[in-house]
Write a protein that binds this ligand. Structure first.
Ligand code: COA
Length: 256
């Protein structure tokens, strides 16, 4: 049985990790399934938004599969970490908007995976943390880079160097998650519906403008924004947006 399921709706797909017996830990089959899902979604013109979630009520993802890791020789650990990072980067650099719907344990690689999504919604029982230093390693799937960029160096150092686990309220306060809701999947679906009102090329380029520009010098950042904006100028969807406004109707975007 597949460890990653894909549910396809018109402009929104749901990608679900399905390994609750190991608390959705990132073993080889899960990493491969997520890689395939991320590759597939990137090619699908109709998709604008992806919700990343997982089965069971205990964990979004308990990080590296520690049982699988125990028997791995060093060279296989390196190989695995390379594949893990490739999968994470495919999600982070995806032309689609990814929303993480988080519940329960979201630890180690599980939090690093969540940090690759663009927006995060959690339920009240979420528990986030990067405990790697307590396991003799360090967050090696982007955690030491993505977390400080998201919440600042001092706060990221505190979470990484102490391995502290935080709950929903702290995660919201620190900006690790965008929203907390009783039903995190329903809230993520509502957020996805709002995202899906945007034109596909606009969404891709807006994400690209932010990702590629936020740490540049302002002048360079504004040039980068202009380059991304220019991609939208010759599109049919831009003209459709203007027509829909004039005709007082919702636009029908086709990603062209
Ligand atoms: N890798 C492999 N198996 C894992 C796992 C992981 N990261 N996390 C949990 N499991 C397995 C357990 O070994 C257990 O298997 P078993 O039934 O064969 O003994 C099963 O999932 C349930 O785990 P359990 O601890 O009983 O569930 P829980 O719901 O009480 O607690 C966690 C869930 C995630 C809080 C807890 O399992 C935990 O802390 N896991 C380790 C998380 C971690 O340190 N990840 C960082 C890796 S860098």
């Amino acid at each position: 049985m597949s460890k990653v399921d894909i549910e396809k709706h018109a402009s929104m797909w749901v990608v679900r990790i399905n390994a609750p017996e190991r608390r959705n830990a990132l073993g080889r089959p899960v990493v491969q399934g997520l890689q395939e899902a991320a590759d597939a979604v990137a090619k699908e013109k109709a998709v604008r938004c992806v919700i990343l979630t997982s089965t069971g009520d205990k964990a979004f993802c308990a990080g590296a599969d520690l049982k699988e890791r125990k028997g791995m020789p060093e060279d296989q650990v390196r190989e695995f970490v390379t594949a893990l990072n490739r999968m994470m980067n495919t999600i982070a650099n995806s032309p689609k908007v990814w929303i993480g719907a988080l519940h329960g344990a979201c630890l180690g690689g599980g939090l690093e995976l969540a940090l690759c999504t663009d927006l995060r919604v959690a339920n009240q029982n979420v528990m986030l943390g990067l405990p790697e230093v307590r396991l003799g390693i360090l967050p090696g799937a982007g955690g030491t880079q993505r977390l400080p960029r998201l919440i600042g160096v001092a706060r990221a150092k505190e979470l990484i160097l102490t391995g502290t686990r935080i709950g929903a309220d702290d995660a919201l306060r620190l900006g690790v998650v965008n929203r907390v809701a009783d039903d995190h999947v329903a809230a993520a679906t509502e957020l996805a519906a709002e995202v899906c009102k945007g034109a596909p090329i606009s969404l891709t380029q807006a994400k690209r403008a932010i990702e590629g520009g936020w740490d540049l010098h302002m002048e360079a950042g504004l040039r980068w924004e202009r380059a991304c904006y220019d991609v939208t100028i010759p599109t049919e969807d831009r003209l459709e947006g203007l027509r829909a406004f004039a005709e007082k109707r919702p636009p029908v975007y086709r990603g062209e």
